[in-house]
Design a protein around this ligand. Sequence first.
Ligand code: FAD
Length: 384
Amino acid sequence: MADVLIIGAGPVGLFMAALLLQAGVDVQTVEQRSAPEPHSRAIGIHPPALAALARAGVGEALVGEGVRIRRGVALAGGKRLAEMSFAGVSDCFPFILSHPQGRTEALLERRVNGLKAGAVHRAVRLTGLSDDGGQVTVDAVGPCGAVRYAAPLVIAADGVRSSVRALQGIGVRGKDYPDSYVMGDFADGTGFGADAALFLAGDGIVESFPLPGQLRRWVVRLGARDAAGLTADGGDCAAWFTQCVRGRTGFEIDPGTNSMLSSFGVRTRLASRMVAGRVIMIGDAAHEVSPIGGQGMNLGWLDAEALAPIVTAALGGEDVAGSLRIFERTRLRAAAKAARQAEINMALGRPLADRRLALRNRGIAGVAAVPFVNSLIARRFTMH
Ligand SMILES: Cc1cc2nc3c(=O)[nH]c(=O)nc-3n(C[C@H](O)[C@H](O)[C@H](O)COP(=O)(O)OP(=O)(O)OC[C@H]3O[C@@H](n4cnc5c(N)ncnc54)[C@H](O)[C@@H]3O)c2cc1C
């Protein structure tokens, strides 16, 4: 029996496993997927998370592979409205790292396996859980049928549809937003290099971020007309998407270089509790925030970093009830703050007609021109 059973080998579960194994805690992780997730989904890694990842022994590999975004530029009508530098946000990591989630998970899993071979049991899906106050028993279905695990402590990092959260009867409060987006990865011919670019267009914002391998991620805020265009285009979504980007930004992208295209809506979900007896929830299982702002995965890693020393102390026989209460309060507060930041980001990117658009864009340029406010916003964007 391992000291800790982790449910879910996404970025947060794997990071939690690495931290605990490094601290000498015996960990087992179960993951329903038979193979790692290859998709690029989350790409932005912020300085506080980079520092935590470095302490878990994966920082160097990540930074070596990723693109360091040191600056963001805001544009409208072909003109630069504002710039924001991340130079002052951290001594060690004065940038946001762009690195595809699939590769991030692969590096984390390599680290976990390096610390304990066979620590991740794949193709194993949790189906039931009971906590008798002394240990937690987990029922699962694996490649050879039903399987049972037991551990003094279970950490659930099983994502937004967390089965553990449902089985524990933990409620969530949430909000659904009217915003929807399409994102796609394409070859980069923009000349922006390692800069991020925000196009403040009247039809809705377009965000653009560098990716490793001379690729670029484009994220388009859909308007009512776009949603219809996306489905009525005879299936050639990449061609529709590149036309949409050209119309709003003036940049040509080659639809033939598309390596990922996906749409997403936005909602916030905050669990009422992260700790229930001997079961603790972290990452998206505890809090789902809008991808606009790119903080969800980072928040989960910072949950894990805050939790690791408490788990080690608990296994050493210390009374950690007070520490767990502080953990739960501060991490749910951090998630609520990230959700509010994402709300502001989304509001600033909504479609606007001429006069209101000009006003908003002038406002953004004016605010960003004040150095103190500019650096304050840079710190907020990078989770400081
Ligand atoms: C379009 C998009 C872009 C994003 N961009 C960013 C970004 O740039 N920066 C950022 O910080 N965040 C971003 N996010 C959010 C980020 O992807 C999530 O916050 C992150 O994946 C959460 O990690 P997690 O490990 O908590 O959950 P998940 O990644 O969902 O992993 C949960 C794991 O648990 C497994 N699992 C689930 N149920 C079971 C079960 N019953 N038994 C066994 N295993 C189970 C799943 O298979 C999965 O592997 C983005 C999200 C989206 C949708």
